[in-house]
Structure formats: C-alpha cells, structure tokens
Design a protein around this ligand. Structure first.
Ligand code: VGL
Ligand code: ZN
Length: 200
C-alpha cells in the first residue's frame, strides 16, 4: 500500500471517451482493468468527470459554420472545438461501466457554459480553481499519480498544473490513451519533461 501522502487521480474514464462514444479515444477502454488494479494500491483515490452543460462553448455545434477540431479564440485563448460530449447526466458522461468508482472524491469540471476545463485543478482560463488542490492538501497529499483519458488533454493539463502547484507528479502512460491532434501528444510529453513530470 502506498502512503497516505500519495494520491491516484483517475481522469475522465467516461463512456464518451471510449469506443462508441461521442469523442472516442482509440482503445480508451483498454486501460480500465489496469486502473482498477492500481486503485487497490492507493489510500487516496480521486476520479474526475468531464461534465458539460448543453450548448457548451467547447462544442462545435455551438458555433454555426464551425466543425469539430477547428480552433477558435475564446476570451481566455485558443479553444479546440469538440463534438458534443459528456453532457451532464447523459449516458456518455457516465463512467465506463467496468471502472471501479469507489474512490473518495469525484471532481466534475467544464460545468460552466463559457469556459472549458481540461485540467482537474484549473479551468482553461488557468485561474478558476476546481477545488481539487484544496482537497488534496487538506488530506496531506504531496504526490499525485495520473492515469486516464486523454493523455494529451485532460491528463496532461492536470499533470502540468499539479507540478506547477508543487506536487510530485507521475503519469503512468500505459494507463492513458491519447487523442493526438496536430502533434498534441508529442507536445504534451515535451511539456512534462520541462515541468519535471515523471513518466512511468
Ligand atoms: C477531454 C477534450 C475535451 C479530455 C475533455 O478528457 O481529455 N478532451 N474534453
Ligand atoms: Zn470536454
């Protein structure tokens, strides 16, 4: 068993990011058994859920004339447009049915219509907190291990924010899967190296 100062963060293992889902990541469901097994090792387990209202700003369908994977300029900077996904209380937003969900906290993100949130710590404006930092600190967590979907978006943004906040950070890459849009996976790996994120 890992010490109570180490947390496992299970990022967005939801139906819409798995094969058959609205924003399916290739092989996204293949990581579920490995994540379930890893949860047994940690005393602190937090899951995240992408949790968008209908007509969210990150949906291409909210921008007439735009297509999924176009990039727009939001108030806070560039924003990729996605197919509608992880709409609150839909089957697509539910955790993969085989995922163990008996962690102690579930952080939902991306619930404000006008701001997307890749990171589990801050929304895409890089300043609005989700509350996860406080949760981890008040439980005495100093190190965070990340797994889940997608490697190059929500896992990577979460890892970089965790490192910036002073946590020791490890990404277990074999328990992640990537969207890999326009070199985003290579960019993510480069960012981790810079930030001192360990890759296991
Ligand atoms: C994600 C794109 C849009 C993710 C969430 O979980 O990586 N990617 N929303
Ligand atoms: Zn999303």
């Amino acid at each position: 068993m890992r010490p109570a100062s180490e947390a496992l963060l299970v990022v967005d293992v939801q139906n819409d990011f798995c094969p058959g889902g609205a924003l399916a990541v290739a092989d996204g469901d293949a990581i579920v058994p490995g994540i379930n097994a890893l949860m047994e090792e940690f005393q602190v387990v937090v899951l995240t859920q992408d949790w968008h209202p209908p007509a969210h700003l990150s949906f291409a369908s909210s921008h007439p004339g735009r297509s999924p994977f176009d990039v727009i300029t939001a108030d806070y900077g560039p924003q990729v447009l996605w197919p509608d996904h992880c709409v609150q209380n839909t089957a697509g937003a539910a955790f993969h049915p085989a995922l163990r969900t008996d962690g102690q906290a579930i952080i939902r993100k991306g619930f404000r219509r006008e701001v997307d949130s890749y990171s589990a710590f801050f929304e895409n404006d890089h300043e609005t907190p989700t509350g996860l930092e406080g949760y981890l600190r008040t439980r005495g967590v100093e190190a965070v291990t990340l797994v889940g979907l997608a490697t190059d978006y929500c896992v990577s943004y979460s890892a970089l924010d965790a490192a910036r906040l002073g946590f020791a950070v490890t990404v277990i890459e074999r328990l992640t899967r990537a969207i890999d849009l326009g070199g985003s996976l290579a960019a993510a790996r480069k960012g981790w190296q810079h930030a001192g994120v360990q890759v296991a």
